[in-house]
Write a protein that binds this ligand. Structure first.
Ligand SMILES: C[S@@+](CC[C@H](N)C(=O)[O-])C[C@H]1O[C@@H](n2cnc3c(N)ncnc32)[C@H](O)[C@@H]1O
Length: 321
C-alpha cells in the first residue's frame, strides 16, 4: 500500500508532486489560496481544500505530514514577538499531528527558519508529542534541479531518523532545463513572456550574458532612473541575465519582473516564461496551472523544486521499510 501524505500550506503541490514521484500518495492538502488549490486538484486528484491551517481537522489520517509554511515571518527574528500572527502559522502544524496518526512530519522553509523562535517552539512541541528531529539545509542544485536554492528541511520522526539525501552525480544547468522548449511562444500562455515596455526592451538588449543592472549603469546611464544612482551599482542580481551553462539563481514568486532578480532569458530580450520557470523548479510540462500570470508565477516560485523534494522523500521513505 502506498504511504499517505497530508500536505499543509500545500500551494500548487510541488512538494506533493515530489512525494508522489517517490511512491507516496497525497490524500489531503490544506491551502488558503483558491487558485493554488485549483492547480493542486488538477494535477493531484481532488484532495486539496481551502482551509486555514490554524483550524486543524481531526478526521484526516495519513502516515506523513509535509508542510511548507510561508517564510515571510522571519523579519521578526530575534524580537520574540509572540503576538505576530505569522508565528502561529508554523506552530499550527503540531495540532494536526496527533489526530492524523502521522509518524513522520517534514517542515520545509528558508534556512533562517532553523534559528527562529518558531522553529524552537515547534521542535519542543513535537518533542513532547514523542518525535525526535533532524534538520538539514540542502541546495536544490545538488539534488538535480537547475537552480541554486537553499532550503531547510526539519524531519520529525517517531520511527528513527533518515540519512542525509545523497546528492546527484550529474548536476544540470539552465540549458538542460530549457531543452526542447524552443523560442517560439505557445498558445496557452505558459511559454509566452510578458511584452516588455519600450524602455525595458532597450535595457534587455544592452544586458549581456551574466550582465545585470550595473552594466546598464556604466554603459547606458540614460536608461537608468536617478533612483538607481542613489542605490549605487552594487546590486548585481536585479535586471540580471541568466547563463545557459550554469544553474539559475533562486526563483522567487516575482520572476516575471526583471527588476526583482536575475530573470532575463540567457539569449532572448525578455524575462523567462512561466514554462521556463516551471522547468527550473522541475515541474513536468504536463501540469496545468490555474490563475493569471502573477498568480501562476507565485505558485511556481513558492514551491519546493521537485528534484529536491524527491531526494528528501526517497530518504524518508526508507524509514518505513
Ligand atoms: C511556501 S508556499 C508552499 C509551497 C508548497 N509546499 C509547494 O511545494 O508547492 C506557502 C503556502 O501557504 C499558503 N498559506 C499561507 N497562509 C496559510 C494559512 N493560514 N492556511 C493555509 N495556507 C496558507 C500560501 O497561500 C502559500 O501557497
Amino acid at each position: 500500500m502506498r504511504l499517505r501524505v497530508g500536505d499543509l500550506f500545500a500551494g500548487a503541490g510541488l512538494l506533493s508532486g515530489a512525494f508522489t514521484r517517490a511512491g507516496f500518495k497525497t490524500v489531503y492538502a490544506a491551502e488558503a489560496d483558491h487558485r493554488a488549490i485549483a492547480t493542486f486538484n488538477l494535477n493531484h486528484g481532488k484532495v486539496a481544500e481551502c482551509r486555514d491551517v490554524r483550524q486543524p481537522r481531526d478526521d484526516v489520517r495519513c502516515d506523513i505530514i509535509v508542510a511548507g509554511p510561508p517564510c515571510q515571518g522571519f523579519s521578526t527574528l530575534g524580537k520574540r514577538d509572540r503576538a505576530d500572527e505569522r508565528n502561529v502559522l508554523s506552530l499550527a502544524i503540531a495540532r494536526w499531528v496527533r489526530p492524523s496518526g502521522a509518524r513522520v512530519v517534514i517542515v520545509e522553509n528558508v534556512p533562517q527558519f532553523l534559528e527562529s523562535d518558531q522553529w524552537h517552539r515547534l521542535t519542543e512541541r513535537m518533542r513532547r508529542l514523542g518525535f525526535e528531529s533532524r534538520a538539514w539545509v540542502l541546495d536544490a542544485f545538488d539534488y538535480g534541479a537547475p537552480q541554486r536554492r537553499k532550503r531547510s528541511f526539519t524531519v520529525y520522526s517517531k520511527i528513527g531518523l533518515p540519512e542525509l539525501p545523497r546528492p546527484v552525480k550529474h548536476r544540470i544547468t539552465v540549458r538542460d532545463a530549457f531543452e526542447g522548449l524552443g523560442l517560439k511562444p505557445d498558445v496557452d500562455g505558459m511559454h509566452t513572456a510578458p511584452t516588455p515596455s519600450k524602455l525595458a526592451y532597450e535595457r534587455f538588449v544592452r544586458i549581456l550574458s551574466e550582465g545585470s543592472r550595473s552594466d546598464l549603469m556604466t554603459r547606458s546611464p540614460h536608461l537608468c532612473p536617478p533612483s538607481w544612482r542613489r542605490l549605487g551599482p552594487d546590486v548585481s542580481d536585479v535586471w540580471g541575465r541568466m547563463r545557459y551553462d550554469a544553474p539559475s539563481n533562486t526563483l522567487r514568486c516575482c520572476f516575471q519582473n526583471p527588476s526583482k532578480g536575475r530573470y532575463i532569458h540567457p539569449v532572448e530580450h525578455r524575462v523567462i516564461t512561466l514554462r521556463e520557470g516551471a522547468r527550473l523548479q522541475g515541474v513536468p510540462d504536463s501540469w496545468k496551472f490555474v490563475g493569471d500570470r502573477t498568480s501562476v508565477a507565485r505558485q511556481i516560485g513558492n514551491g519546493v523544486p521537485i528534484p529536491l523534494g524527491y531526494a528528501v522523500a526517497k530518504s524518508v521513505s526508507e524509514l518505513f521499510s
